[in-house]
Structures are given as C-alpha cells and as structure tokens.
Design a protein around this ligand. Structure first.
Ligand code: TYM
Length: 327
C-alpha cells in the first residue's frame, strides 16, 4: 500500500498538525510504502520571507524525524527537490476547472486574509493533486480541513483517467474521527492555526512545558461545570476532551465518567500534563536533530532520490497519454 501526505514548512507547527496529521504519519508508515513531503512550493502562495522559508524547511524536516518518522522506512523529502510535482501540476491543470477551484473553502478563507491574492493560491489544489497522484497513493493521512482538497484530487484523477485512459489510482483520505479538527484554545469555534487562530490559543509542538501549561490554564471553557463531549454546546471542553483522548489514549466516555461532578480545574491540568508528556520528548529530540544540518541534508537528499524514482514513471505516462513528443 502507498501512503502519501504533505505538510507546509511555513508557520510554527501546532498541536492541531500533530494530532490531526503528524501522529498518523508515524502510525501509517508501518502499513506500507510511505512518502511524506515538505511542501515548500505550496508555502510561496501567501506572503512569506525567503530567509524564513529556508530555516522553516529544515526545521520541519527535523520535527518530522523527531516525531517518529523513520528514514529507513519512510521517504521524507522536500517538494521542490522533485520537479515532477510542478510538471504534473501543470498537466493536471488541463483537467481541473476554474469553477471547482473557485469553490475551494481554503482559497476563499485565505484569499480574504491577503491583500495580494496570488494566482498560486488559486491553483494550489492542483499542485496538491499532483503531489498525491504521482505516487499512485492509496491512503492520505490528513486533518479534516484537507477533506475538500482530497475530494478535488479524486475528481481530477477520475477526469484524467476517463479522458486519457486509466493512469491514476484513486486515493482515500484518512481523517481521525476524534482530533481531525483541533480548535483554538481561546476561540474554540475556530480551528487551531498559526495564520487564522490566536497566538495564546495555539499550542506549538515546540513550545516549552511552561508555555504549554499556561496556554491550557487560560483556555476558554464553556458555561456550566460538566466535562461532557458536545461540540455544538460545549466547544471549549469538547476540544480539550478530544486532545486528552488522543494524547492520553483514553475514550471520550471514560473521561466524562472520571470527571463527573468535579468541575473544570483538575481536568484542564490533566490535559496540559498529557500534552507536555507527549510533546516534550519530541522537542528534545528535535533540538538534537536540528543542530546537525549536514545529517538533515543527507536524509533529505536520500528522500529526494527515492521520491524522484517513485514519481517518474507516472509523470512519463501522463506525457505520453496526453500526446507529447518525448525526447
Ligand atoms: P498544512 O500544512 O496546513 O497542515 C498539515 C496537516 O495538519 C492538518 N491540520 C490539522 N488537523 C487537525 N486540527 C487542526 N487544527 C489542523 N490544522 C492543520 C492538516 O489537515 C494537514 O493534514 N494543503 C496541505 C498540504 C499538502 C498536502 C498535500 C496534504 C500539500 N500537498 C498532499 C496532503 C497531501 C496543507 O496546507 O496542510
């Protein structure tokens, strides 16, 4: 089985990325041949600083290895190292409609936040489809906010297959039922995000323990005192419960039963401690790995080589089926 996912290097990685995606990268790498892509080409579609992009790319590589991606098992690589991605994106642009790109909620939301809306922000999902389809991917571990992009990738693949003959496998999304959409701790009706959320409500994967504890202590809770999972009525508490369920390995019903009649205080402390216990070892490993830039360069060169080899046959078939004269 082929597994593929992508993650943007820009913006500090947060607990939502960890719970919704990175944890599942680590879990799924056991299930087949896995590719994890640091999507630097996607990160230039909104305002960014070139110097920061460089650092953010290496930092994310170190973070992914620190979180448990095993370079002997998984192919971890940087998107811009494999030119098949933008090439395939251009080709797939011919089977993607303006109308379907215009309907993408991420384009609408991010577009509203920008003064300058780039053409790249609009065609972003075509590059994402190329990422996934080039690897004949079966399974794509993602958070809930990427559901629509995955659906678009499937539609693009189906359209290409029916116009030019079966080339692409149709990928399935793997979205966690609990934790697929972690919310901002200060504004729990918004998803946790470094671009759209609040700084105090966004827990960084690399935040030190004291910062994490403070963010949970000041997390917004709901009226009432019962610890109950009801996302519509109690978005703050439900979000904290989902975080504890995943990082503490507990059932939502067991958390409800344990805190029956006890109020919020002790519950919030337990969530904070469970998050510190999950993230602190990652932060410590990250610091070691990030210090060794030569080793990161080596691992990323290895990943790029494997990714080029795995994607080349599909790109070649695309060109042939589409009627290009090949050199
Ligand atoms: P990105 O970099 O914004 O996020 C990386 C992963 O984290 C998930 N995620 C969340 N999960 C739960 N709760 C949250 N609050 C939360 N915020 C983010 C995202 O769903 C994602 O899985 N377009 C993609 C990158 C991409 C990609 C791909 C993904 C490019 N090509 C191919 C999969 C396959 C993005 O911007 O993710």
């Amino acid at each position: 089985m082929r597994i593929f996912s992508g993650i943007q290097p820009t913006g500090a990685k947060h607990l939502g990325n960890y719970i919704g995606a990175i944890r599942n990268y680590v879990a799924t790498q056991e299930r087949g041949e896995a590719f994890f892509c640091i999507v630097d080409l996607h990160s230039i579609t909104t305002d960014y600083e070139p110097e920061e992009l460089r650092e953010a790319t290496l930092s994310l590589a170190a973070l992914l290895f620190a979180a448990g991606l095993d370079p002997d098992r998984s192919t971890v690589f940087v998107q811009s190292h494999v030119s098949a991605h933008p090439e395939a994106a251009w080709l797939l642009g011919s089977v993607t409609s303006f109308g379907e790109l215009r309907r993408m909620t991420q384009f609408k939301e991010k577009g509203e936040q920008q003064e300058f809306v780039s053409a790249g922000l609009f065609t972003y999902p075509v590059l994402q489809a190329a990422d996934i389809l080039l690897y004949q991917t079966d399974l794509v571990p993602i958070g809930d906010d990427q559901r629509q992009h995955l659906e678009l990738s499937r539609n693009v693949a189906e359209r290409f297959n029916s116009r030019h003959g079966e080339i692409f496998r149709l990928p399935e999304a793997l979205i966690p039922e609990v934790g697929g959409r972690i919310m901002d701790l200060q504004e729990p009706t918004k998803k946790m995000s470094t671009t759209g959320g609040t700084p105090q409500g966004t827990v960084g994967v690399l935040d030190p323990p004291e910062t994490i504890r403070k963010k949970f202590k000041t997390a917004v809770t709901d009226s009432g005192t019962d610890v109950r999972h009801a996302p519509d009525d109690k978005p703050g508490i439900s979000n904290l419960m989902e975080i504890l369920a995943i990082v503490g390995g507990q059932e939502l019903s067991a958390i409800e039963a344990r805190y029956d009649g006890q109020g919020y205080g002790a519950f919030k402390d337990e969530v904070a401690e469970a998050v510190v216990a999950a993230l602190d070892p990652i932060r410590l490993r990250y610091e070691e790995l990030r210090a060794d830039t030569a080793e990161l360069d080596r691992l990323l060169a290895l990943g790029a080589g494997k990714a080029r080899e795995a994607s080349a046959p599909t790109l070649e078939r695309m060109y042939e089926r589409m009627g290009f004269v090949r050199p």
